[in-house]
Design a protein. Structure first.
Length: 136
């Protein structure tokens, strides 16, 4: 878990690097401090912790000896994408498809894809910062 001050430090360094105009930089720093006061940095920290927990879950699955543990999430994603594509093809062919099923499968697909692809950016930034701090 990373303290909120580490997130603030990272944010300030990013601002220093990417905003050369002193006036714009001061405005951005003020907004970052306001975010900290409003608790939005705490939300970012919680998102980072959640992403780390997802990574730990994936590592535990891959360390398992069970074929099912290693493959259940990817197989679920593939199944939902195949069924969703099938429903889309049926709709394109003017075959009546219950919209509730399509909407449900779409929501499940977004949920599963967010497990695989979402929330990784902040985790990567924090990993880079910790590696930078570890080197003398």
């Amino acid at each position: 878990m990373f303290p909120l001050t580490a997130l603030l430090d990272v944010g300030m360094k990013v601002l220093d690097k990417f905003i050369p105009d002193p006036e714009a930089k001061a405005k951005a720093q003020k907004e970052l401090l306001q975010m900290q006061q409003e608790g939005r940095l705490a939300e970012l920290n919680a998102d980072n912790i959640e992403a780390q927990e997802l990574t730990k879950r994936q590592q535990a699955d891959m360390a398992s000896d069970s074929w099912m543990s290693k493959n259940i999430r990817p197989m679920t994603l593939v199944f939902i994408l195949i069924v969703y594509t099938t429903f889309a093809g049926l709709s394109a062919a003017d075959i009546e498809v219950n919209n509730n099923y399509v909407e449900l499968l779409g929501q499940w697909g977004m949920l599963i894809m967010s497990f695989y692809f979402g929330g990784r950016t902040l985790e990567k930034i924090m990993d880079m910062k910790s590696k930078k701090n570890d080197t003398p």
